[in-house]
Design a protein around this ligand. Sequence first.
Ligand code: CA
Length: 231
Amino acid sequence: MPKKVLVLEDESSIRSFVVINLGRAGYEPIEAGTAEEAFERITENPDIQVALLDIMLPGEMNGLEVCRRLRAANPAMGIIMLTAKAQEVDKVTGLMNGADDYITKPFSTPELIARVDVMFRRVGGTPEAAAPAKLVSGPFSLDLTSRTLHKNGERIKLTGIEFDIVTIFLENPGKAFSRQEILSKVWTNGNGSDTKIVDVNIRRLRIKLEDDPTNPVYINTIWSFGYKWGE
Ligand code: CA
C-alpha cells in the first residue's frame, strides 16, 4: 500500500527537496503548490494519510485554512505544518486549527523523515513495519535496514565506517562535506582523530565503488576542502 504524503509548498526548491527525500524514504509524495491544487490532489488521492502544509501560500487560502478544512474532513489524517522560524504564532494557530505537529524551516532530511515516520506510525494506516529505508543513486542502492550496498544489483562489501560514509553521501547528494565534518559524523567519538583517516577510507571506498578509482565520478574531491557525492 503506497504511503502517500501530500506536500503543499509554493517554493519549488523546498518542495522538491521534500519530495525527493520522501521518495527516497519509501513514501509516495503528492505535490501541490497552492491550496486549490492541494484539495484537487486530495480528491484524486483519498488515501493520502499525512499532509505537510506550508503556511504562507500565494492565493486567498493559507496553510492554516487548508489545515482547518482538512482536519474537518479527515479526522484521522496526520497533519504537519511547515513554519518559518519567526512564525511562533503560526505554530500555535496551526496546532489550534488541528495540526498534529510542525517542522521549522530550514529542516534537515533526517528531521523531516523522522517526523513523517512518527506521523505514519501514529495514524496507523499500515500495521506492518515501515518499508525498509533505501537510498538509491545511479547504479547504487543502499539498504539502511540490512546495512548493505549494491552496485548494479551486485553486493559490495563495506566496513561499518565505509557504510556510514556512503550513507551520508547518499543522504546528501551533491553536498560538499569537509573532512572534519565527515570525521565528526562518522567517527562520533573520534575527537582529535586525524582527518587523514577520512582520506584513507575514501581511497578504499573509491576502489570498491568507482569504475576507475583514479578518475572517480561518484566520490569527488573538493580541493583543499573535502568530498562530495556526484556532480
Ligand atoms: Ca510559502
